[in-house]
Design a protein around this ligand. Structure first.
Ligand SMILES: [Zn+2]
Length: 356
């Protein structure tokens, strides 16, 4: 039996020094040291021996078991060193190399402009609000003093929303449409019933137009003040404050009489040209950017009494002023951007977007 034990040790040592994967090592472990392994089988023979023999053979058995376990540990450490060096070989990393900087994005220039505009009006106590961009005819036109079939509606080339049956969707407030201007927010804001109002609503607008100067989707910012003593003077002051804050302290504004259905009186707001400083001429030559020293920013005016009535108020008690200007147009004026095709703003061309 002593011989058999010593033979098992020699056999195990030979086998383990040749094993070359962890999986084979595990198989060998079960075969030799397992509960039903070769060592356990041999030791069953101990029961038949005399006490004297047991002492001798028991000592040999311990020696053999220790020897086998040592052989396992050596094989295991040999294999793990080999695995680690193979891994190092394949995943070698030079920690002294400079890293790859993660690409950091930034807000789109329209988003930046919206934030700037919001902050400027916040200084005057205007609160940003949002109104639906899919709305009813009533809020976009009817309540804005443009009854159905009124020719003024033609200026807003409107998208209507059709249902599955191909018909324009219609509800209690008329046809469903994509808002062609942010003015739909005026009566909606009044319907909240909290006065006075100093609202700056910035949102998307949609019109059936797409060419180098027009986008089918663009942004407007709509200011609305409803109070008991709102005046043209205050409107002029607000416009002027915005122009100086956004475009620079040397810019001046003027209100030019105009006509809109939802304001009375109505104005176009012009701002002095940055290139010629409002003179219309650069070195005795006509300025290429402006018409006679002024650039057109957008419409403004005192809220029409019919709109105030639509908002549930008495026009003899309340008055107000409003303005609605294009975000894209305004930001391009500030940056002095002369873009050949305005549609590039939303083409996701990173070469363009990264410049801002
Ligand atoms: Zn000019």
């Amino acid at each position: 039996m002593e011989n058999e034990l010593r033979q098992l040790l020699a056999e195990a040592q030979a086998k383990l020094s040749a094993v070359d994967t962890m999986a084979d090592l595990e198989v060998a472990r079960i075969e030799i040291l397992g509960r039903k392994g070769k060592l356990a089988e041999l030791l069953k023979g101990l029961a038949a021996l005399s006490i004297e023999e047991k002492k001798v053979i028991g000592a040999v058995a311990n020696e053999v078991k220790t020897g086998i376990e040592k052989a396992f540990m050596e094989a295991e450490s040999r294999l793990s060193v080999a695995a680690a060096s193979a891994k190092n070989e394949s995943e070698w990393l030079d920690v002294t190399l400079p890293g790859i900087a993660p690409e950091v994005g930034h807000a789109h220039l329209t988003t930046q402009a919206i934030e700037d505009i919001t902050n400027i009006f916040a200084h005057l106590g205007f609160v940003r609000s949002r109104h639906p961009e899919v709305d009813w005819d009533y809020y976009a036109f009817e309540a804005m003093n443009m009854p159905s079939d009124h020719p003024a509606r033609d200026d807003w080339e409107t998208f209507f929303v059709r249902g599955e049956n191909g018909e324009v969707k219609t509800g209690a407030k008329g046809k469903m449409l994509l808002t062609p201007h942010t003015s739909n927010g005026q009566v909606r804001e009044m319907e909240k019933g909290v006065f006075p109002i100093r609202m700056i609503s910035i949102g998307k607008c949609f019109r059936r137009q797409a060419d180098v100067r027009h986008l089918p989707m663009f942004h407007q910012f709509e200011g609305l003040v409803i109070d008991k003593k709102a005046s043209v003077t205050e409107l002029k002051g607000v416009c002027d404050y915005f122009a100086k804050s956004y475009f620079g302290p040397d810019r001046v504004t003027r209100l030019r009489p105009y006509h809109f259905r939802f304001t009375e009186p109505s104005f176009e707001l012009d701002i002095s040209c940055s290139v010629c400083g409002g003179t219309g001429k650069v070195d005795e030559v006509k300025c290429k950017l402006c018409k006679e020293g002024w650039l057109e920013l957008g419409g403004a005016g005192m809220v029409h009494p019919n709109v105030i009535k639509a908002g549930g108020l008495d026009p003899d008690e309340y008055s107000g002023f409003a303005f609605g200007w294009g975000v894209e147009r305004t930001m391009m004026m500030r940056a002095g951007l002369n873009i050949d095709d305005i549609r590039i703003l939303y083409k996701n061309d990173l070469r363009f977007i990264r410049q801002f």
